[in-house]
Design a protein around this ligand. Sequence first.
Ligand code: NA7
Length: 563
Amino acid sequence: MSSIDTEQKYDILIIGAGLSGVCALYNFRKRFPTWRVGVLEGADNVGGTWYCNRYPGARVDTESLSYAYSWDKDLLNEWSWKDTFSTQDDVLRYIQHVCAKHDLNKDIQFNTRVKTGRWQEKNNTWLFCDEKGTFHRTRFFVSCMGFLSTPTLPAIPDIEKFEGEAFHTSRWPKNFDMTRGLAGKRVGVIGTGATGIQTITAVSKEPVKSLSVFQRTANWSAPLRNEPISPQQMDQHRRDYDKLFKLCAETPTCFMHQADPRKSLEVSAEERQALWEEIYAKPGFAKWLGTFSDTYSNREANKLYSEFMASKIRARIHDPKVADSLIPKNHGFGTRRVPLESGYFEVYNQPNVHLVDLQKTPIERVTKNGIITNDGKTHELDVLIYATGFDAITGAFNSVDWQGKDGRPLIGSSDTEEGKNAIWADHRPRTYLGMTACSMPNMFMVLGPHQPFGNAPRTIEHAVEVISELLQHCKDNNFSYVEPTSEAVEAWTDHVVECSKGALSNEIDSWMTGVNKNVKGKTVRSVARYAGNAVEYRRRCAESRAAGWKGLAFAQLSTNARL
Ligand code: NA7
């Protein structure tokens, strides 16, 4: 039997069944009832990020209320969030409930990881092959692969030699019994980003013999201030959902927090302090996003706010030397994604917790029973947890072998012949509206590079809506081909770069600026996300649509038959 006989056929194929894929599946199925819509998912269940990241203490630091799908009106009326900021298992339970309620799983093929994607010029289709060798042919495909879904291990010599238990936070072993697995053990955690901070706080509460935290870069972090939501409060919240979603649609990052329009240095020191104290006492990202409007573009303003935050950290740690190590020196507050914490800094007051400041004593190598730092010290460990982050933004794309139009690879390093021809040479995305790319016809991206990141479900819903409209346009006109023009891609990519100018975050290495020293070829900063605000982004998408999808080229196949 040839592959043609066995291949599965779709009109729209979605890759990934996390928050994006579930939203896309529901909406496409509803809008295109006669089309074959399917999803391929590598894991054995839905949930994506919220399925994989089962590490202890995992919690969303966006308000749960604004983390729901706004189109599921019944569920908004029925569903009760337990916490202002939900635990990982509650968010996962929510996604699984949405899928069960709308019978979505029947169109999702689990345990199916895509390995190759080939553009087929002769009939305007994509042909995918999964790890098991099954072929999937589709007219359109929608990437819902997530921008933080490909974990990276640290590039440290000899990590394979460790003989204790070792795992990445986003590959936390299923059914790991925290107490039995950690009690009396010498535990090490590498990484102090949002994940590390949640993990370290949770592990410190277990009866571990010792907890050693290996910190390469200190991160600013501020209190989450989670509270339970009572049934009475939930009743009120349900009545306010429309107002809440409207507010999120008006803010720059779709969160419910707005910057104070004043500039830091326009007000007196007392007024500054008053606002900072007010937002510091609030839950969630208020202290990141609710401060003075110039905090992340004006160096002096950022320095003042960072000093305020540093004083808050110092006040919580007994040992001033440890406090000093925990306060970032080389980047200001808010210029990287701010992890929110619940008692993180107090962890370092415990006698069994040791901070290993890798700025002072870098890791030399891993041994079978621990980590050696360059001061010659061996940190003996039974369990080693890698909270070392992700090959962000382009990582999920990079795990598939692509041949776009004319056989072009999607990602490559420009120091190789093949890489020079790559569509995103040197991991630098070039997109139109963050949803489409040249030489990748009929591909659409949800949470793709150059989209505004922020409150994920809000951004996802908008992207799915735009892609639905675009697919409707293709359907109405019998278009079997859509690709952005190179002019539109150049102009959009230039605009994305332009928007990021002046932002202090742009001067700092982080996953948001495309740097990950554990990934070959990701050492130079790039602009990974749209830093113009989400309102402007939506306006530009609407403008393209109103102008007959300006920036996109369409074509009909001479025989536009079903696949
Ligand atoms: P992050 O924010 O990328 O953090 C990864 C952490 O791991 C960070 O502290 C890194 O230090 C550290 N790291 C990475 N590689 C090494 C090596 N080789 N040696 C020592 N330390 C290392 O990932 P998270 O999972 O915490 O969060 C990702 C996002 O998920 C988060 O922003 C939320 O939006 C959800 P570095 O700072 O690079 O020096």
